[in-house]
Design a protein around this ligand. Structure first.
Ligand SMILES: Cc1ncc(C[n+]2csc(CCOP(=O)(O)OP(=O)(O)O)c2C)c(N)n1
Ligand SMILES: [Mg+2]
Length: 612
């Protein structure tokens, strides 16, 4: 099922939903009520937010609404919760905050959602229209500040516009390339004491919404001639690789992707944003490419003669030094956002369209052209790739007795002891890379992280949002000690609201990823990266926030503690794992180097040199 609401699935189709009944007197409604009703009609079941002066009139009707409001402790938390909810469910997350400092507090999640194409609706309060531009109390130019980090943003100027603006916001956030949309709402247009804030309720039709956005018509169907060229190129390729990005998940195209890969037995790499789009335990899955990708995924792309880029964007963390990236490969690039095509790497066959629709069209053409029987024999390529997989598995050295835990071991245990469909939500840093590397993702939408912006503090609130959206699933936040300290207060929200997320802090007492770069590239000159293993006391802190908390220091304690945590279902749990601070993430393509210079492990300071 496609959970994304589209025009056409009009939830307001019946008068009971609030649309005006033919022949009945129009209903008078004020802007605040209209905003909440519009959110309801767009299918919103949860708002993450925190009130204040300018947004007060919109908070009042929440008391009469079936929508669940989750009161956060910091507006950044509201934004990341909305993102986590959207990642996990495919439905847009909704955040609502007041003006000025609250709006600026939510800028980071907006930027994060924009980079990772997350559908999100953000409602901000604004000072009354008459005060705009006067440096009024808690006035900020929210539309100006958020312009470059939203897909669309707008100051709504009249109460009667609210239903249409909300409908447009949902349409824009969820169609084409998804993204965050912000509506800035001056206080007077939602104030029940202002006669001008009252109007006759009308719920715009799908056609009216479309007609109101004349310049917005995302192309979803790939051009047939390009699709045919792509199919022919795939059949002719000797060393093809499916280079799968987050767009495949956004398009809910995992099944189509699997069909395509299996039809011709083409190896698949899944980027950091696409982990889970193709099962890690599938024989064709090579795992994650890029700076901390595994040797096989990186090298298969380097040696490929055809990259089939699906909803991926040739991010610098994937390409390494661009001039040396996949030098022999032709490129088929499928993306719903035309701006991505040719942005970084020239595409031989660029196709604008929705990944699922385009993959299905390519599949149909491949079958029409003869399918596997018409394809070049790529057995040799697959055995080369399997050879690399055998020779260069992900590896780490287990800790000796008395030494601190290896973070990779903790992740393996967490993976093996948690339900298969557990949703993992990571922070940013070394722990994020280990989580992506060592988890086995078998299902789409089980991995949530801040890929593009790399936002420390993302994990805990995003995990809360994911758990709200998917209450029956186990949700583990895998966080760093540095990240945790940025947004941990949202565990108060989780405890109060009885949202039983689980948090594994990999406490290496450092801003570990930065430490790793200082060790490797700044001659071990550690500048401002030490945090301390025991200040704060994470167990006491978590307990003070209403969580159950454990500290784990030795390998024998890891499994029993994870089991205990997995059994707790009525409140948040935090496990602090004390891990080895000297552990580094490998493989690594050093920044600025070409992918051929991949360093496979601690002991190999030299590049492995790629076999021709
Ligand atoms: C908001 C923000 N500030 C700074 C950074 C730069 N940065 C990237 S990773 C990292 C260290 C993260 O430390 P921790 O959460 O302890 O994770 P670890 O790398 O130790 O696993 C920093 C400071 C960032 N990504 N985001
Ligand atoms: Mg750390």
């Amino acid at each position: 099922m496609d959970p994304t609401p589209h025009l056409g699935d009009d939830p307001a189709a019946t008068p009971a939903d609030g649309s005006s009944t033919v022949g009945a007197a129009p209903e008078r409604i004020n802007g605040g009520q209209a905003l909440i009703r519009s959110l309801e009609l767009e299918g919103t079941d949860t708002i993450f937010g925190l009130p204040g002066g300018a947004i007060l009139p919109v908070y009042d009707p929440i008391l009469d609404s079936p929508i669940r409001h989750i009161l956060v402790r910091h507006e950044q938390g509201a934004g990341h919760m909305a993102e986590g909810y959207a990642h996990a469910t495919g439905r847009p997350g909704v955040a609502m905050v007041t003006s000025g400092p609250a709006a600026t507090n939510i800028v980071t999640p907006l930027a994060d959602a924009y980079m990772d194409s997350v559908p999100m609706i953000c409602i901000t309060g604004q000072v009354a229209t008459a005060s705009l531009g006067t440096d009024a109390f808690q006035e900020a130019d929210t539309v100006g500040i958020t312009r470059s980090v939203t897909k669309h943003n707008e100051l709504v100027t009249s109460a009667a516009d609210i239903p249409l603006k909300v409908r447009q916001a949902f349409h824009l956030a969820t169609t084409g390339r998804p993204g965050p949309v912000l509506l800035d709402i001056p206080k007077d247009i939602v104030d029940p004491n202002n006669p001008d804030a009252w109007f006759d309720w009308v719920w715009p039709t799908d056609d009216e919404v479309r007609a109101s956005l004349p310049g917005y018509r995302p192309t979803t169907t790939g051009h047939p001639r390009k699709v045919r060229e792509a199919a022919e190129m795939i059949l002719a390729a000797e060393r093809p690789v499916l280079y799968v990005g987050g767009g495949v998940l956004k398009a809910r195209a995992a099944e189509s992707l699997r069909e395509l890969a299996e039809l011709l037995d083409i190896p698949v790499v899944t980027t950091l944003m696409a982990r889970g789009a193709f099962p890690d335990d599938h024989p064709l899955c090579l795992g994650m490419p890029g700076m901390h990708g595994n040797y096989t995924a990186v090298t298969a792309m380097q040696r490929s003669d055809l990259l089939i880029a699906l909803g991926s964007r040739f991010d610098d963390r994937v390409t390494g030094k661009l001039a040396e990236f996949a030098p022999l490969a032709k490129v088929i690039h499928v993306d719903i956002d035309p701006a991505e095509l040719g942005k970084v790497r020239n595409a031989n066959v660029p196709i604008v369209g929705d990944c699922r629709q385009v993959i299905d069209a390519i599949l149909a053409d491949l079958i029409h052209l003869g399918g596997a029987d018409a394809a070049t024999d790529i057995t040799a390529w697959r055995s080369t790739v399997s050879g690399w997989q055998e020779k260069y598995p992900l590896a780490y050295d287990q800790s000796e007795p008395g030494e601190l835990l290896k973070p990779q071991y903790v992740l393996e245990q967490l993976r093996d002891l948690s339900p298969e469909d557990t949703i993992v939500v990571s922070g940013v840093g070394q722990h994020q890379m280990w989580a992506s590397q060592f988890w086995t993702f078998r299902h789409p939408y089980t991995w949530i992280n801040s890929g593009g912006l790399g936002t420390m503090g993302f994990s805990v609130p995003a995990a809360i949002g994911a758990k709200v959206g998917m209450p029956d699933r186990t949700v583990w936040s895998v966080d760093g000690d540095g990240c945790f300290q940025m947004t941990a207060q949202e565990l108060v929200t989780a405890a109060t609201e009885r949202i039983p997320v689980k948090v594994a802090i990999l406490n290496n007492a450092y801003l570990g990823m930065v430490r790793q770069w200082q060790e490797m590239f700044y001659e071990e000159r550690y500048s401002e990266v030490y945090l301390s293993p025991d200040l704060p006391d994470y167990v006491k802190w978590a307990e003070a926030m209403g969580c159950v908390a454990f500290r784990v220091e030795s390998p024998e304690e890891v499994a029993p503690t994870i089991r205990k945590a997995n059994e707790i279902d009525d409140r948040p749990v935090v496990i602090e794992f004390r891990t080895d601070s000297s552990e580094k993430v490998f493989p690594m393509v050093p920044s600025g180097k070409g992918n051929d210079e991949i360093v496979v492990s601690q002991d190999s300071d030299e590049a492995e040199g790629i076999t021709q």
